[in-house]
Design a binder for this molecule. Structure first.
Ligand code: 5RP
Length: 233
């Protein structure tokens, strides 16, 4: 296992130690870091820990089931105590870019349905200013090229030159999200006002959600390549 994967695993264990308690309702995030966490969580559930869990993607549903964690429909769980999810990039003010795995819409809904969200990552995800990772914007398929133009205009109004590019699979077909939408990836460069950009992108008709998470995380748990971890609140 690579040092980065070990760091993800260490972070997952630390989240469980510090934040997960018997009887909680949990939102399980998406991506490889969250999947490491879910696998660790599965060991505690096998050991008798009682949790009620919902997830942010079909892929996380699959991992949870594989390790014996039953999944509840998000409509049936009520307010969630804690959601644990990983970023593609996070700054020290806990602004994040998410959506590298195309799950940003469900991730944001579940995060907002939670009393608290903890961001979980390895140390490579921490940056001074977010924006190097292409910002994903989820758009409906109808007239997506019109939406793409409006997204480019909004980025330009923020002084960002990023050209939106529809995310495609190896065979050239656009990636379709769990909700049946397309993803536009925008190479923005450093984003100086992420909270404002998050709101303005979501005002564009055709945009369903974007990958800026600026109000969700209450803290982060970081796994380091030397095998240690730390919590930053
Ligand atoms: C999926 C996401 C993931 O949480 C994000 O891409 C991080 O993934 P990984 O832990 O594999 O780096 O936002 O939409």
């Amino acid at each position: 296992m690579s040092a980065q994967d070990e760091a993800k695993k260490v972070a997952g264990r630390r989240v469980i130690e510090e934040f997960v308690r018997d009887g909680m309702k949990l939102g399980l995030g998406s991506g490889t870091t969250s999947h490491f966490f879910v696998r660790e969580l599965g060991k505690h559930v096998a050991g008798g820990m009682k949790l009620t869990c919902t997830t942010t993607s079909r892929s996380t549903n699959d991992v949870a089931r594989e390790v014996g964690i039953q999944i509840v429909d998000p409509n049936d769980i009520g307010e969630i105590d804690l959601t644990i999810d990983g970023p593609d990039e996070v700054d020290r003010q806990l602004n994040m870019i998410k959506g590298g795995g195309a799950c940003l819409l469900w991730e944001k809904i579940v995060a907002h349905a939670s009393k608290r969200m903890i961001c979980i990552c390895d140390e490579s995800k921490i940056v001074d200013q977010i924006g190097k990772f292409p910002l994903p914007v989820e758009v409906v398929q109808f007239a997506w090229k019109q939406t793409e133009r409006m997204v480019a205009n909004t980025l330009a109004a923020h002084g960002l030159s990023g050209v939106p590019i529809v995310r495609r699979m190896r065979d050239g077909q656009p990636v379709v999200t769990d909700s049946g939408n397309f993803i536009l990836d925008c190479r923005c460069g450093a984003i100086s006002e992420p909270a404002k950009l998050e709101i303005e992108l979501n005002r564009i008709p055709g945009v369903v959600e974007n990958g800026l998470f600026t109000r969700e995380a209450a803290g982060m748990v970081v796994g380091c390549f030397d095998g240690t971890s730390y919590v930053s609140m």
